[in-house]
Design a protein around this ligand. Structure first.
Ligand code: NAP
Length: 477
């Protein structure tokens, strides 16, 4: 029997995420014929709107956030949409939603794109209205808590209504093509795996750099900070994909079993292995920008930058540091993973230096893979062979011209509708992530660590550079 959903019920249908990502992604899937013609999409939020008004609202969002050449199926897509106003704090209101979204014997996919503080109430309401039965599955947006305890509370509330096999926790990084390509690179090629260990890899760097400062979600960010906003979820997922053992197959249990082993093997960060920062006024992209406290309108101890030296305590990664760095108002917007290989054991080229190989995986904005190799500089070599590092580069969009590259939410929404959990985060993963991050925050508290300042447009506080330089490592810039 097919497990494809017959209806999608979208909570937070009038919100920012729905307008910018979810509705455009659904429209793109529809236009490409990837949604069952009978799939109904029911939006809900507190705003009072009729079906027709919601369609107009969705049309405006699609016109604003979708490229014109991707909107060919828009009119038809809008016909799938209906809307039911609901304040999730009103349990009685769920009956009307159930009448609109659910039909006997049908399967329902539920997407909660609302503040996590509303998750528990919403789930109770869904349960009361009989919307959590066997055919129903639920997807939750981040953040799943602010620490291990609050994450457990959310997970317990969801687990009271849905089994783990029907819970889809989103980390939208896992929906990105380049992140999935990391799995392909490692496990569809023979050449990396024999080298993918402490014998051949010196260290790994993971950078998630943003040029933006505080955007619209001011209170959320000031409560979360860089560690909880970026490291706890996206960066630890990237680390897990880099470090995991080969899964036996590309299915949800096998992949997630391997990722969670890595997350549990993370050594607690020790003293001197973390640096935090907060930006001050400076310049990015040729523009003068204010400092964090000025943007916030008050002083704050929240870190907008964090650099960590992490270790995975297992046989494969013994002695290999994973340097993680993320921050706002950095010089470039860039997410990348750098795998730094070790030096060759013996050089036959006297008088010239060999530079250890590097594998650089660009995730955004450029999606590319660059392997730096030593090559001979053309010439007669009268004084010995001259060598230079040259890049072997694959730009993904060029390698796959003509193949449409999809945004993360297209993939994730389709997987939710078709009930494939491989690219969603399991409870044990989230909790292992929180346990590690909570210990870092506890360490900061014990050390009385407060963020150092850095100028907007720089690569963070100088202590972050020193964190790597102490080991003879330079951050890739
Ligand atoms: P948002 O713009 O504030 O939207 C929140 C939505 O929830 C609105 O549709 C709002 O509509 C609805 N809502 C609020 N209170 C409600 C209530 N009591 N009952 C029913 N509906 C209610 O938030 P967002 O940016 O879309 O984010 C949604 C979720 O995604 C959050 O968990 C956020 O952390 C996460 N997220 C967002 C982004 C992003 O880029 N925006 C990125 C990653 C994760 P009404 O006011 O009409 O009720």
């Amino acid at each position: 029997m097919s497990s494809t959903a017959d209806a999608l019920l979208l909570f937070g249908a009038t919100g920012d995420l729905a307008q910018r990502m979810l509705l455009p992604s659904l429209c793109a899937l529809h236009s490409d014929g990837l949604l069952d013609p009978d799939l109904r999409i029911v939006g809900t939020a507190r705003s009072e709107m009729s079906d027709a008004e919601f369609r107009n609202f969705a049309r405006a969002a699609l016109e604003k956030f979708m490229p014109a050449n991707r909107r060919s199926g828009m009119a038809d897509f809008l016909n799938r949409l209906s809307y039911q106003p609901l304040d999730v704090k009103d349990p009685a209101g769920f009956k009307a939603v159930a009448e609109k979204a659910a039909r006997p014997g049908e399967k329902l996919a539920i997407f909660l794109s609302t503040a996590p503080s509303l998750f528990e109430t919403t789930i109770k309401g869904l349960q009361g209205a009989g919307l959590t039965g066997e055919g129903a599955r639920i997807s939750l947006e981040k953040p799943l808590g602010i620490d291990l305890a609050s994450s457990r509370e959310i997970n317990d509330a969801v687990a009271a209504a849905f089994p783990e096999s029907r819970i889809f926790r989103i980390d939208h990084y896992l929906g990105k093509e380049t992140v999935q390509n990391l799995i392909a690179l490692r496990f569809a090629n023979i050449m990396f795996e024999p080298l993918w260990n402490s014998q051949h890899i010196d260290h790994v760097q993971i950078t998630v750099a943003e040029t933006v400062g505080l955007e619209s979600r001011v209170d959320f960010y000031d409560e979360a900070g860089a560690l909880r906003d970026m490291v706890q979820n996206h960066m630890l997922q990237l680390l897990a994909l880099v470090a995991m053992e080969p899964p036996t197959s590309f299915d949800s249990s096998a992949v997630r079993d391997e990722k969670v082993k890595v997350l549990r093997a993370l050594r607690p960060i020790g003293p001197g292995e973390s640096v935090t920062g907060q930006y001050r006024a400076g310049a990015t992209g040729g523009q003068i920008v204010p400092g964090y406290d000025e943007e916030l309108g008050r002083e704050s101890d929240t870190e907008t930058f964090v650099a960590l030296k992490a270790h995975v305590d297992n046989w494969r990664w013994k002695g290999v540091p994973f340097y993680l760095r993320t921050g706002k108002r950095l010089p470039k917007r860039r997410t990348e993973i750098l795998v730094q290989f070790r030096c060759i054991p013996h050089s036959i080229f006297s008088g010239t230096r060999t530079v250890p190989n590097q594998l650089l995986i660009g995730i955004q904005p450029e999606e590319n893979i660059t392997l730096s190799l030593m090559a001979k500089v053309p010439g007669l070599d009268r004084e010995g062979m001259s060598l230079r590092a040259v890049p072997l580069e694959i730009a993904m969009p060029d390698a796959f011209t003509g193949v449409h590259r999809r945004i993360a939410y297209e993939r994730l929404l389709l997987d939710l509708i078709e009930c494939d959990q491989t690219l969603f985060v399991r409870r044990d993963e989230v909790e292992a992530q929180w346990a590690w991050v909570d210990a870092i925050r506890e360490q900061w508290r014990k050390e009385g660590l407060t963020p150092r300042t850095y100028s907007a447009g720089s690569w963070g506080p100088s202590a972050a550079i020193a964190l790597a330089e102490r080991d003879g490592v330079s951050w890739h810039e």
